[in-house]
Design a protein around this ligand. Structure first.
Ligand SMILES: Cc1cc2nc3c(=O)[nH]c(=O)nc-3n(C[C@H](O)[C@H](O)[C@H](O)COP(=O)(O)OP(=O)(O)OC[C@H]3O[C@@H](n4cnc5c(N)ncnc54)[C@H](O)[C@@H]3O)c2cc1C
Length: 390
């Protein structure tokens, strides 16, 4: 197994680095995070350069590339800045439901709008009660004539708000049936439909430039053709899309770890204490050596999961391992980075405190570390303990 980034992939990395260097101005980023504003101008420019939806086929506004390229973009954006990078990387959140399961009309209508920066997309999947147990979904969609009528409330919906064009909503479509995995379906709902209301999620520890809210659906009517894929296939769709999403989340966390590492490295390389550079203390070198090793391990797992996905072998185990390893790496590296920078690590201007807070949020999104371990263990049980990745 060789994970070699080829020439065209290196060019993508360079293009993202150049873009971030030009657009992620420190004062602009700090202002956006402080005032909880989405970086809409930067997002539109990133879309013009083809970074968003890079994995969509060209016929749907993308670049026709794969998960590896998507991962490289996410990694480099988040390395340049944890908050803005994550906003951009997640601008098309849940579009994969349309890409993987939508019909031709849905793909042609919605995916180019996401890739071209005309709208954000949101996944209204989880509810306050159910957490990761999606079978408890209480949001209902009932057929009336040629429409679905949707009622329910979804929590923690990324991109909820004025820039969002549509939500993919997980619904219980088993009329008069109690909630269960068997009756779940996903339905595309335009954000502007009557009966859709967004309630601000309030202040959060990290990811403050991202719009995250509760979305209420009250007697929302959409045409029956807004069903994504087949009826009652919602559970499979969520599992498949989350397998894909976790690889991208791993790339974001990897980028956050790299960004925190670089900032801490530069700091200890120039700051002196007791008439020596901090980098010349043996304990500092021990820390840097360990941090770089954790990052490399997370990078290899993430790239392996991405290339396995591109080869048609999406593996829930590998994607959960990548997310778990990248989460642990980002949390540990950001923690050490704050420590290595002493009091400055705690100061906003030096940025790593924000990377630290954003890493905490990213570790929970798309499933906690415990959830990832459960997925890995379930896969091991299915495979009778075999460590081979299939
Ligand atoms: C910033 C942010 C953005 C998000 N964006 C979205 C979004 O766009 N769309 C969306 O649908 N969701 C979104 N989420 C929701 C996110 O996926 C959930 O918060 C996450 O999956 C955890 O679910 P929960 O909050 O209900 O916690 P719970 O499931 O209540 O978990 C609480 C604790 O219990 C542990 N736990 C849960 N189950 C088990 C178990 N079986 N065994 C042992 N321990 C367990 C958990 O690991 C955790 O430590 C977002 C969350 C955040 C923080």
């Amino acid at each position: 197994m060789i994970f070699q980034i080829d020439k065209s992939q290196q060019q993508i990395e360079k293009a993202v680095d150049d873009f971030a260097r030009g657009e992620f101005k420190k004062e602009v980023v700090a202002e956006l995070a402080e005032t909880r504003q989405f970086p809409d101008k930067i997002w539109k420019k990133a879309c013009q350069l083809g970074f968003m939806g890079i994995h969509f086929p060209e016929s749907y506004g993308g670049e026709g590339l794969g998960m590896v390229e998507n991962v490289l973009v996410a990694e480099r954006l988040c390395r340049a800045d944890s908050s803005i990078g994550t906003c951009l990387s997640r601008a098309g959140y849940a579009s994969e439901f349309i890409l993987r399961f939508g019909n031709e009309n849905q793909k042609k209508k919605w995916l180019p709008k996401v890739a071209q920066g005309k709208m954000l997309a949101g996944g209204a999947i989880l509810e306050s009660r159910e957490g990761g147990d999606i079978g408890l979904c209480t949001t209902t969609a009932v057929k009336e004539g040629n429409e679905w009528v949707i009622n329910g409330v979804k929590s923690f919906v990324l991109n909820a708000g004025p820039l969002c064009g549509f939500y993919v909503v997980l619904c219980n479509t088993g009329e008069n049936e109690p909630a269960s995995d068997r009756h779940l379906s996903t339905i595309l709902v335009e954000a502007g439909r009557d009966g859709v209301a967004v309630i601000d999620g309030g202040g959060m520890l990290g990811l403050r430039s991202m719009s995250i809210g509760t979305v209420r659906f009250e007697q929302v009517r959409v045409p029956l053709e807004h069903l994504v894929g087949s009826e009652n296939a919602g559970r499979e769709q969520v599992l498949t899309c989350f397998t894909e999403r976790r690889i991208q989340a791993a790339a974001e966390l990897l980028g956050v770890a790299e960004g925190a590492f670089e900032r801490a490295f530069q700091h200890v390389a120039q700051r002196e204490q007791f008439r020596r550079k901090i980098i010349d203390f043996q304990v500092t070198r021990q820390k840097l050596g360990a941090m770089a090793t954790w990052i490399q391990a997370a990078r290899l797992l993430t790239y392996q999961a991405a290339s396995h996905f591109d080869d048609g072998g999406a593996s829930d185990r590998l994607s959960a391992m990548a997310k778990l390893q990248a989460t642990r790496t980002a949390l540990a590296v950001c923690d050490e980075a704050v420590q290595l920078m002493g009091g400055y690590g705690y100061v906003q201007e030096y940025e790593v405190e924000r990377f630290f807070r954003d890493a905490r949020a990213l570790g929970t999104l798309d499933g906690t570390q415990i959830a990832q371990k459960n997925i890995i263990a379930e896969s091991l049980v299915r495979a009778r303990g075999s460590l081979a990745i299939s």
